[in-house]
Design a protein around this ligand. Structure first.
Ligand code: GDP
Ligand code: ZN
Length: 329
């Protein structure tokens, strides 16, 4: 299994005893059993896990391996058994939370991104690549659906002048109003990193988002020891270094962070029209004044959501996302 040298070095430097504490802290009593391990990397037909503070290579049985991306993820708690010196995955323990999306190749199947995470930070950037609020909505729905707390991190804020900065960030006020932290951040100036660190402190957090927004740079900036390869083109123009598989890192003090590969398209897994409304909590209060109790706020007459939209009291970009998703589902 291919893993970076630097990554192993980091593992080596971690404070002792913390992985077991993470297992023991699980609500599921099963995870505190003696033969449980935490998955930190998933390869093909194999995974890497931490068992009693030791990293082990685990063979994934073929029944799971064929559907691996939909069954097993970084952060999973698994039961392992040793057979003549080889570790074998026996079973996957129930998850507290998960983040999933439809498999781009087989949309009827889910693809797991991470399991047992407390927080998911959707990293976006300004300018390179530019901010796309509509994509944030999709992530937000998937994160909430999986049971984790969403956070939006707007990276590369150093690329904007004061006025543009205010304008871009204002587009995200709608999320702040929904109690989703929006953190303006820069790995160049260090802005926002402390706030991000505070959000992740003592928790398991996954960083997700489009490739090139700065996920690896952020992790490196949070912990200097990490030294993940970032997506810079080398001088000779050969080989781009990118994260190709999710990896769970121990940052010490009960803080765990997951670096995930860039996601280009983010579809929504297993969502229907009726439950779509649940992820637009700002429609709840006006919905009480809609004529129909099951108003979809799309085509019904006397719809308070649409009326407030016209008065500018419901965010137009959010409503448009809602409409698009409604039509897609
Ligand atoms: P990832 O694909 O999301 O992991 O992104 P990387 O961490 O590999 O970063 C992609 C590119 O963005 C690299 O060239 C970084 O140097 C650059 N970058 C990362 N953070 C910042 C930032 O805060 N400001 C600026 N201007 N560039 C950044
Ligand atoms: Zn309505």
């Amino acid at each position: 299994m291919k893993r970076g040298k630097k990554e192993l070095r980091h593992q080596h430097e971690r404070p002792e005893g913390s992985w077991d504490e993470l297992l023991a802290s699980d609500a599921s009593a099963d995870a505190a059993r003696g033969d449980a391990a935490i998955v930190i990397y998933v390869g093909s037909a194999r995974c890497r896990a931490v068992y009693r503070e030791q990293e082990i290579d685990v063979v994934v049985p073929s029944g799971i391996a064929v559907k691996q991306k939909s069954l097993l993820a970084v952060g999973d708690r698994i039961v392992v058994a040793n057979e003549s010196g080889m570790w074998r995955l026996e079973s996957i323990l129930p998850r507290r939370t998960a983040l999933a999306r439809p498999d781009p190749l087989r949309p009827h199947m889910q693809r797991l991104i991470a399991a047992n995470i407390d927080v998911v930070v959707h990293v976006v950037s300004v300018k390179a690549p530019p901010l796309r609020p509509r994509l944030i909505d999709r992530y937000m729905i998937a994160i909430m659906r999986g049971g984790a707390k969403p956070v939006v991190c707007v990276n590369k804020i150093d690329l904007l002048e004061e006025e543009d900065r205010r304008e871009e960030l204002a587009r995200l006020d709608v999320y702040r109003a929904l109690d989703v932290p929006v953190i303006a951040c820069s790995t160049r100036t260090g802005e926002g990193l402390d706030t991000l660190r505070a959000e992740a402190e003592g928790k398991t957090t996954a960083l997700v988002g489009h490739s090139g927004v700065g996920k690896s740079s952020i992790l490196n900036a949070i912990d200097q020891r990490l030294q993940l390869a970032t997506n810079t083109l080398h001088r000779r123009g050969t080989g781009r270094h990118t994260t190709t598989a999710s990896t769970l890192y121990d940052f010490g003090g009960g803080t765990y962070l997951i670096d995930t590969p860039g996601i280009r398209e983010f579809g929504l897994w297993d969502l229907d029209r009726a439950s779509l409304r649940d992820y637009f909590p700002e429609f709840d209060e006006p919905a009480e004044y809609c004529r129909f109790t099951d108003c979809t706020h799309v085509h019904e007459p006397v719809c308070e959501v649409k009326e407030r939209l016209e008065r500018g009291e419901v965010n137009a970009a959010r409503y448009e996302t809602y409409l698009r998703l409604y039509e897609d589902l």
